[in-house]
Design a protein around this ligand. Structure first.
Ligand SMILES: C[S@@+](CC[C@H](N)C(=O)[O-])C[C@H]1O[C@@H](n2cnc3c(N)ncnc32)[C@H](O)[C@@H]1O
Length: 294
């Protein structure tokens, strides 16, 4: 599929947000993440944080690519049960997402009382260049945002470096046995922007190479993509755009490209059938790295 370069979703933040919202609603994304949060986040992160903070001391949290905050705000609410004062630095380049996150915080009212937000409208790389305050963090999360770092390995090491000894880094990415990963790998290099289509295998290998220990939990996740079968469906086309990370794929791809991608997306490599529904295999992994106390 090397005939033309298609416009990457990265070049159109507005379209990105529209496509992401359709994806999030059809993948029950927040429900799966909420379940993971209830069952794993509490045991594997909150209970394991070793810090005994003084009464006026705050837990320092860093969110990377926090989006509109649905996932992160749940984590903060759980952390508040153990640490009643938190400073949360939000590194998020999309202004619309920050606006939505701020509105969410407002709507949560007392639930997030005790959290002081430090908003940074930046990419992770811009933050790396600009942040000279030497701040270290007790907990850092990057939930489905490491795909967008310029240099993934170096960014992971930067985040590790920002941890306080004893702190935890949570990286959630798609799993290496997901349909998403197979789709990305099947059609590489056709976008006009270099995206690092990484999976959890890349995250693990960065830490393996340096003998830095981590734990991993695997989550089954399915996205209902039946609407993608209808070429006239606005939602279906936005969903295809998000899965491929291409702007208006149906309108800009050649007929041959469109047919090839759709056939592969609907094949057993990427999807499953459940009655009349087509479910895209979107499994993901949570890798949790702890910075050992020297
Ligand atoms: C798939 S969304 C995930 C949002 C949120 N973490 C969640 O799980 O709901 C990816 C987010 O990463 C942000 N992002 C894109 N490029 C980034 C970069 N270079 N550094 C940090 N965040 C980035 C996007 O704006 C978007 O909000």
């Amino acid at each position: 599929m090397a005939e033309s370069k298609l416009r990457s979703l990265f070049n159109d933040p507005e379209h990105y947000v529209k496509a992401f919202q359709v994806f999030a609603s059809l993948s029950a994304k927040y429900k799966v993440l909420a379940n993971w949060g209830d069952n794993n986040f509490s045991n594997e992160v909150v209970k394991q944080l070793p810090f005994k903070l003084k009464e006026n001391e705050e837990l320092r949290v860093l969110g990377v690519g926090s989006g509109s905050g649905e996932v992160e705000s749940k984590m903060l609410a759980m952390l508040l049960q153990k640490y009643p004062r938190i400073t949360n630095r939000v590194v998020e380049p999309a202004v619309d997402q920050i606006v939505q996150y701020k509105a969410l915080v407002q709507s949560k009212g007392r639930e997030l009382q005790g959290v002081n937000f430090d908003w940074r409208q930046q990419t992770l790389d811009q933050h790396r260049e600009a942040a000279t305050d030497g701040a270290k963090f007790h907990f850092i999360n990057a939930v489905h945002s490491m795909y967008y770092a310029e240099d993934v390995d170096s960014s992971l090491m930067y985040l590790y470096d920002l941890l306080e000894p004893g702190g935890k880094l949570l990286i959630i990415t798609i799993s290496d046995d997901s349909g998403t990963w197979r789709l990305w790998n099947h059609f590489t290099g056709y976008q006009d922007h270099l995206v690092h289509f990484i999976s959890s295998a890349d995250v693990r290998s960065s830490f393996d190479r340096r003998n830095i220990p981590y734990t991993q939990s695997h989550q089954k996740s399915r996205v209902e993509i039946t609407k993608c079968l209808d070429e006239t469906s606005v939602e279906g086309n936005l969903l295809v755009d998000f899965l491929l990370h291409v702007v208006k794929f149906k309108e800009t791809a050649s007929d041959a490209q469109y047919k090839e991608v759709m056939e592969y997306m609907l094949s057993g490599d990427c999807s499953e059938k459940d009655g009349d529904e087509v479910l895209f295999i979107n499994d993901w992994d949570a890798v949790i790295i702890e910075k050992r106390v020297p």
